[in-house]
Design a protein around this ligand. Structure first.
Ligand code: 3PG
Length: 319
């Protein structure tokens, strides 16, 4: 997959932004980055779009900036010249698509049904915007459409917010969700950038869904592991689950049969998506040890952080 689209998938969200006055562009981009989402789709719904893109690109070269609501080749060209790294259109516009393909800039045209999708396939495009997502039947429709088009990934947009984001993202054919809920025009106009940062943080937390899975106690051998696990079951009534390499007391306490990683043991943190979590951690200078990664097919299912915290190894697990 194209590197830009891959990055969009790692973010899991594309903030769809309408900027009326280009002076707001840089503070807005700063608010997104501070909230943990250094990506923006600046829509050509206002005259300020082109200048906004240019300003953000020059102030924050690391932020992934694209152009949205691109309805003509002229807009696509202006967006690209201003530094946009991807182009989004609400419908399937052959001219815009052809321009983007010739210019080698990723384009995700809006598709809401099989006919549009087949047009995209004709051009070798396998990531499209599903628009307008909720009004077109939402996840139910998208799941039905995905059946014959297994090669397609989608960026549903339109009517997505904190109430349905996690549900959309739980479907593997969804690369990311687009939406304006955290970057509403009125917040931008009123300069409420701290509020935007807060809403972005909330959205990022929903994407990642970090929570405690279990703690792992390092047992030295099988007998010790079993006796420790049984002690917890005896005291607290947790159910005992004997496994190959460890035993569980309930779901919250694991006792390994050989000393595992971590001076004191390990703490397992589950997440909605390990790949997105790894990308997020790396953006925040937290290293993972990819030698410890486990996969299910192509998708990463677990990995340890490089660091120990408080003597505990930290294991990221897919929910
Ligand atoms: C878009 O252009 O992608 C949509 O208008 C965004 O939809 P939303 O405002 O419902 O998030």
């Amino acid at each position: 997959m194209n590197e830009v689209l891959k990055k969009i998938g790692e973010f899991g969200i594309v903030p769809v932004v309408k900027i009326d006055d280009a002076k707001d562009a840089v503070p807005l981009a700063g608010a997104l980055a501070k909230g943990g989402l250094p990506i923006a789709e600046i829509t050509f719904r206002t005259e300020a779009a082109e200048e906004s893109i240019r300003k953000i690109v020059s102030a924050f070269p690391d932020i992934l900036v694209g152009a949205g609501t691109v309805l003509s080749v002229d807009q696509a060209r202006r967006a690209k010249d201003a530094g946009a790294k991807f182009i989004v259109s609400p419908g399937f516009n052959r001219k815009v698509v052809e321009f983007c393909m010739n210019e080698n800039i990723p384009v995700t045209p809006g598709c809401s049904g099989p006919t549009d999708i087949e047009m995209a396939l004709e051009y070798g495009i396998n990531v499209v915007k599903f628009f307008p997502a909720e009004a077109s039947g939402g996840l139910k429709t998208l799941k039905a459409i995905s059946v014959p088009y297994g090669m397609m990934s989608f960026i549903p947009t339109g009517g997505i917010d904190t109430s349905n984001l996690a549900e959309y993202l739980s479907f593997s054919k969804i690369l990311a969700c687009g939406g304006s809920w955290m970057v509403k025009s009125e917040l931008i106009e009123k300069g409420k950038f701290d509020e935007i940062t807060q809403l972005v943080r909330e959205a990022v937390n929903l994407v990642l869904g970090f929570s405690l899975a279990h703690i792992g106690i390092n047992g030295d051998n099988e007998d010790e592991s079993l006796s420790i696990a049984k002690r917890f079951t005896a005291i607290f009534g947790f159910s005992l689950k004997e496994g190959n390499s460890s035993n569980f007391a309930g779901t919250g306490i694991e006792v390994t049969k050989t000393a595992g990683p971590g001076k004191n043991g390990h703490i397992a943190i589950k997440t909605n998506n390990v790949a997105r979590a790894v990308a997020y951690l790396r953006r925040n200078n937290v290293e993972v040890d990819m030698n410890t990664a486990r996969y299910d097919g192509d998708s990463i299912k677990s990995v340890y952080l490089r660091e120990e915290i408080g003597g505990f190894a930290v294991h990221l697990l897919q929910k």
